[in-house]
Design a protein around this ligand. Sequence first.
Ligand SMILES: [Zn+2]
Length: 345
Amino acid sequence: MPDTTFPAADRYSRHVLLDRIGQEGQRKLAASSALVLGCGSLGSSQAMLLARAGVGRLVLADRDIVEARNLPTQLLYDERDVAEGLPKAEAAARRLRAVNSGIAIEPVIADVTAANISELVAGADLVLDGTDNFETRYLLNDAAVKAGKPWVYGGVLGTDGMVMAVRPGRGACLRCLFDAPPDLGQSPTCDTFGVLNAAAAWVAALQVSEAIKLLLGGGDAGTSLHILDIWGGSATAVAADRRAGCACCGERRFDFLDSKRGSSSSAVFCGRNAVQITPESRQAPDFGRLRERLTPLGAVRFNGMVLEFTAGDRRLVVFPDGRVLVEGTRDTAEARSLLAKYIGS
Ligand SMILES: [Zn+2]
């Protein structure tokens, strides 16, 4: 059993020594909660720093499982997680509980969509953006502005990054800066373009320092868009003002939240040879029966949380929230037919 009796005064002494934190600040952090939305390159480092800083409750939401290609950039995971095929949220929770047993860590293995984001946002004091796609980011902007919750935008691609703290009502929101996300498939992603691990860690570190400022009471967070170029060694801050007429924080039109896009649809992942299918019902599958039925048809692996089924060059990954990731195709129709054939729909 881990020893949970480390005195906080000793454990957090290096943070308490900082004028900007102190005893009072450390107590505030212990009484705070944060939602880390996406536990990939950015979310891993965010969660690690927040857990070590003693933020009292962390909710870790992610839809994927740990894979070997994640290890260079996603600092929470190790080879054992890949071998076990663990969901990232679960692997992250396991690691962070070993890092700090004195805080609450809640993994959420789910695809974050318009159907569930408001509840997740409501349950935390602030949200860190660890997403890898614009659709979820704009959804988060809608949900957070609507709820009046601060969130910290972060994006990284190649060796460049951007960070901005969004404080609803007190500074620009994401749509004040960029009214609409790029069309699906039009912008490069980390999967297609690549990302330097140090760039992701830098972006995450700046996001976490903005988050800590917000949890401590605001400070001067929320006034600037930070633009980072780690290869060139430069960081610049541009004033980010609210835009009159912003659809989201101005007119309070929550287009992404209200469209319910992604709540019951199939989506082709950009740059990844896979299709994710989300059933309407979102019920937990009967893994026992599924394993029995699939075993004669191909290779089945079940780790208690996620079932993987491989037949030829197609792989189906079934998640506890009912989602199925069909790997080896970008054809939605083929993915649906494989789903109907093997899983039932
Ligand atoms: Zn706005």
